[in-house]
Design a protein around this ligand. Structure first.
Ligand code: PLP
Length: 494
């Protein structure tokens, strides 16, 4: 028998000598509980009490140390909505929402149900070589809120959403430099750190990316940098998380026009401000005519359960980054688009819509801010109440009367931000309300409660805050004893 001609069709392969395995039946929708030895409830019952010691030994040891110092070393046992409960059954009002991830409050039944459904469905998730329906559906639903954008990349956190935007902007424009606002916060991975406006976060991690800070709201400074011709993008939080500072009205629109003229991109970091937090779906939408080229979303999209991040962008940017089949994995993440995260996101967007949470955040925010603003004339230490929707900043400042000024100066000389700390501590210790100082050395408290809070929570907060302010203005008592402790600690830490 002669060899076949090179272009002759090949014979079909012979049948395999070993028969192929017969197909396995698919798993039932709800598999029976395994009989394995892992028992979460038992583990927590046996060792939950070691939580602070375990953290000290194996994780960031400064966290338990800091919590003990300010009396925040609580043991919370349960949580629902805007409340936690400790082992004695005492309730705590959450005005922090896990730094904003608990936009719907804790354990929202719709998100919980969606996650149970994903687990029960035994989906073929993360095969990596197929296209699952949930990422496409979540992208479609997200993009409906910013119709000028076309595509989404799903990652696992806010900082990754920012990394993605920085990479895409640099690749799409072919330029290296990114501008950011002074005091900005965009996350703590190395790229996001390069656009961080606080030296305290950056120091010791250089060299970072070639990036330049511009003062928030300063269009001249922005144009000066753009004229150099090497700027890929400006990244900006429409309301800054650190200090709750917003640029002057009209800034974002004018900045967007300048960027366009210089062929650079606008990146809106909506990781904290997005999904209704400020009383608009995205905070950039408060200003008419602003259409960012890239938008970063995370935090509340997780429903508080599953880490997720999303970078939304114009089609041409994605088409450039993924310009050929060879580049299909040029930017990807192993856990990106996983079914739990996608289902959580879809459930969150559906709750935001069904419960009218954007309008609710606007109305409750107005109520909270107006009640707090009414206190500014009453309390010398209270300088300003600002923000939008349920992102509220309460700023303290130097009092006018001599007696109180001495106390303020004592705190300021030790460390800026101690007065705000002195307010946050009794709010938790005596009134069982969790808040935070809005950034290092800032005399600002930030309130970012779940968007589901209502009049009852506003009342509880304003009543407690008034009591703490009364005590601070009396010039003595426990609050000032604690102030002196803070001063001693600040001095010792130098
Ligand atoms: N961008 C902004 C505006 C943020 O507030 C944060 C976190 O606070 C991030 C990015 C980083 O998000 P993550 O902590 O999920 O990485």
């Amino acid at each position: 028998m002669s060899d076949p001609a090179p272009d002759a069709p090949l014979d079909p392969p012979p049948p395999p000598s070993v028969p192929l395995d017969p197909p396995l039946p698919p798993p039932s929708a709800s598999p029976p509980a395994p009989a394995g030895g892992f028992d979460l409830a038992r583990l927590l019952a046996d060792r939950g009490g070691e939580r602070y010691e375990l953290h000290t030994r194996h994780l960031n040891h400064q966290l338990p140390r800091m919590l003990r110092t300010i009396g925040f070393d609580k043991v919370y046992e349960r949580a629902e909505g805007a409340y936690f409960w400790d082992a004695d059954g005492q309730d705590y009002l959450d005005m922090l929402a896990g730094f904003g991830v608990m936009g719907l409050g804790r354990h929202h039944p719709v998100v919980r149900r969606a996650l149970h459904d994903v687990l029960d469905a035994s989906l073929a998730d993360l095969t990596r070589f197929d296209c699952q329906p949930l990422p496409g559906l979540l992208a479609e639903r997200l993009l409906a809120h910013s119709p000028h954008l076309d595509r989404v990349f799903f990652g696992n956190s806010g900082t990754e959403a920012v990394e993605t935007a920085l990479k895409f902007a640099r690749y799409a424009t072919g330029r290296p430099r990114v501008l950011y606002a002074e005091h900005a916060f965009h996350g703590l991975t190395t790229g996001a750190l390069s656009v961080n406006g606080e030296p305290g976060f950056r120091d010791g991690f250089a060299p970072l990316l070639p990036d330049t800070a511009v003062p928030l709201g300063d269009l001249d400074a922005l144009e000066r940098e753009l004229r150099r011709g090497d700027v890929a993008a400006l990244i900006v939080e429409p309301i800054q998380g650190k200090g709750v500072y917003a640029p002057p009205p009209g800034y974002l629109r004018a900045a967007a026009a300048l960027l366009r003229r210089h062929r650079a991109l606008l990146i809106a970091d909506e990781v904290q401000t997005g999904l209704g937090r400020t009383g608009a779906f995205y905070a950039y939408q408060h200003e008419e005519g602003v259409e960012p080229d890239l938008v970063c979303v995370a935090k509340a999209l997780s429903g508080g359960y599953v880490p997720v991040g999303a970078t939304l962008g114009r089609g041409w940017i994605f088409e450039k980054v993924y310009s050929s089949m060879d580049r299909v994995l040029v930017h990807s993440a192993s856990f990106g688009s996983n079914a739990m995260a996608m289902a959580a996101g879809l459930a969150v967007l559906s709750v935001i819509e069904e419960e009218g949470l954007v309008a609710r955040a606007h109305a409750t925010g107005e109520l909270l801010r107006s009640r707090l603003a009414a206190l500014v004339d009453r309390y010398e230490f209270l300088r300003e109440v600002r923000g939008r929707g349920l992102m509220v900043g309460i700023e303290f400042g130097r009092p006018s009367s001599l007696a109180l000024r001495g106390r303020w100066t004592m705190l300021q000389a030790a460390r800026k931000g101690l007065f705000a700390q002195m307010v946050v501590v009794p709010l938790l210790a005596r009134h069982r309300i969790l808040t935070q100082v809005s950034g290092d050395r800032l005399e600002v408290i930030k309130l970012i409660p779940p968007l589901t809070i209502g009049e009852r929570e506003v009342d509880r907060f304003v009543t407690a805050f008034t009591a703490v302010m009364d005590e601070a203005h009396a010039g003595g008592g426990l609050i000032w004893d604690f102030g002196r402790t803070l001063v001693k600690q600040a001095v010792a830490a130098r």
